[in-house]
Design a protein around this ligand. Structure first.
Ligand SMILES: *Cc1c(COP(=O)(O)O)cnc(C)c1O
Length: 353
């Protein structure tokens, strides 16, 4: 069986596991005050070219929900894409950890929000009007849930809108590395230089076992976070095990190499599927996820060959693109562990159908 349903179906990469094993021996300070977590924070400060407050957690849901809880009061409105992970895939964790803030979904093609759509939505939540939840934060995903990317200009334009309305700006970077290498920019440009206040810096999908960082650029905004993390059961007592993963992930640009590889595999797969008769891609493959509408005989052949992808549905298909009777809409995700011969195999089966 070949499983390309997601990038969390594979284990951790070798350098991350080796870093974990090396950090395992001897005594270390607990609860995140270990040398590895400290080193991870220093490395992230270098990568982001900014003073940072870093909090390691073991899940992306924890990172997002806790980050948003630091940015919104219980009566706040958090604006996000209508199919974002925070609104659709976290079982209400952001609502729970914010003590009841409202997530407001905004429609947009290919997983992306526009400043115009954000402006339009903001008019429904006027500041100071007691009967309305109060605008508190904007949250975008980079890579988006459609596998697409916001350009730097798009991130900055949304940042300008957020700033104009006095709301915080959060970036869900579950696939931060994949986005970064694809845009070919710096981590600073993709975040604080474009107005982003807080980042969920994903590492699990791109090589770690279970490790994500919540990164604040303003220590004031991070003041309550240590309490929020502990109170929610997200402060790991043997904190070195998170710290070591992050150090192993960042050291020697390992995370960049992993992301480059995953993206290249996705590009190769996208090219092969795009030239499969009857198949079409609703939007370009910009990182490590390929979305494709497949004719019946192709998806049947792939299933028969035991090639696994995720059956998909999306409200954000471009208006001229539809999934017709007999067709199937699938998502393939590549990772650091995907092999060239795996992709050749998928393309071979698709073309031979
Ligand atoms: C995978 C993912 C997360 C993290 O999810 P967990 O399963 O909680 O680790 C967050 N946001 C996006 C967009 C994701 O794809």
């Amino acid at each position: 069986m070949l499983n390309l349903a997601s990038d969390n179906v594979v284990g951790a990469s070798k350098p991350v596991l080796e870093a974990l094993i090396a950090a395992n021996d001897g005594a270390e300070n607990s609860y995140g005050s270990d040398q590895f977590s400290t080193r991870a924070e220093e490395m992230l400060a270098e990568i982001f070219e900014h003073e940072v407050k870093v909090f390691l957690v073991s899940t992306g849901t924890g990172a997002n929900a806790l980050a948003l809880s630091a940015l919104s009061p219980p009566w706040g409105a958090i604006f996000c894409h209508e199919e974002s992970h925070v609104i659709d895939d976290e079982c209400g964790a952001p609502e729970m950890f914010t003590d009841g803030a409202k997530l407001v979904g905004i429609a947009g093609v290919a997983g992306k929000i526009t400043p115009e759509a954000l402006e339009r939505t903001l008019t429904r939540y006027p500041k100071g009007v007691i009967k309305a939840v109060q605008p508190a934060a904007l949250s975008i995903s980079q890579v988006t849930e459609a596998g697409t990317l916001y350009s730097l200009d798009e991130i900055a334009a949304l940042g300008a809108t957020a700033k104009k309305h006095g709301i915080f700006y959060h970036l869900d970077g579950a696939r931060f590395g994949n986005a970064l290498v694809s845009l070919g920019c710096t981590a600073a440009e993709m975040t604080w230089k474009s107005g982003v206040n807080v980042v969920s810096f994903g590492a699990t999908k791109n090589g770690c076992l279970a490790c994500e960082a919540v990164i604040f650029f303003d220590p004031k905004q991070a003041e309550t976070f240590a309490f929020r993390r502990k109170r929610s059961g997200h402060t790991v007592s043997k904190g070195r095990l998170l710290g070591a993963q992050m150090v192993g992930y960042l050291e020697g640009n390992h995370w960049i190499d992993n992301a480059r590889h995953a993206n290249a595999m996705a590009q190769k797969l996208a090219n092969g599927l795009a030239t499969t008769p009857g198949a079409h891609l609703p939007w370009p493959t910009e990182a490590n996820e390929v979305f494709v509408i497949l004719p019946a005989k192709v998806h049947t052949a792939l299933a028969k060959a035991d090639i696994k992808a995720a059956p998909w549905a999306s409200l954000s298909l471009p208006p001229n693109i539809h999934v017709r009777e007999g067709e199937a809409f699938w998502r393939f995700v590549t990772s650091f562990a995907t092999r060239t011969e795996d992709i050749d195999h998928v393309i071979g089966v698709a073309h031979g159908a």
